[in-house]
Design a protein around this ligand. Structure first.
Ligand code: ZN
Ligand code: ZN
Length: 124
């Protein structure tokens, strides 16, 4: 049986990628860095093994945070210290996934409810 393949990409379509199989972990993060770099109140990302990941198109990056140089969309993160996992920004996926946990919930906006069923971590 072939593993499920999911696809995604940036807003302008210059960067496209695919991931094979199920993610290792799906997480919502409310930390100060995620807030700044996304310009939003939190980020949600899924982790896949690097060898399950393929990408086409050119990426620029800041401190491991990969973005499309044309439209500025954040797409992936390659800052995993072991280089074993790639972080995929959930909003760039063509599919829906549900977070397993939430971290840095002490910084979560007061109007934002927890994800039902997701493990809650005060910090990380
Ligand atoms: Zn783009
Ligand atoms: Zn974060």
């Amino acid at each position: 049986m072939d593993a499920r393949v999911r696809t995604g990409g940036c807003l302008c379509g210059a960067v496209r990628y695919s991931v094979r199989g199920e993610p290792v972990h799906v997480r919502r993060c409310h930390c100060a860095n995620c807030r700044k770099e996304s310009g939003s109140a939190f980020t949600v990302y899924a982790l896949w093994p690097v060898d399950a990941f393929e990408i086409s198109g050119e990426l620029s990056s800041f401190d491991g945070r990969g973005f499309c140089p044309r439209c500025g969309s954040r797409v992936i993160d390659t800052s995993d210290p072991d280089g074993a996992l790639v972080e995929i920004r959930l909003g760039s996926l063509d599919d829906e996934l549900r977070p397993d946990d939430e971290i840095w919930v002490k910084r979560r906006e007061s109007w934002l409810p927890p994800v039902e069923g997701a493990v809650q971590h005060y910090e990380r």
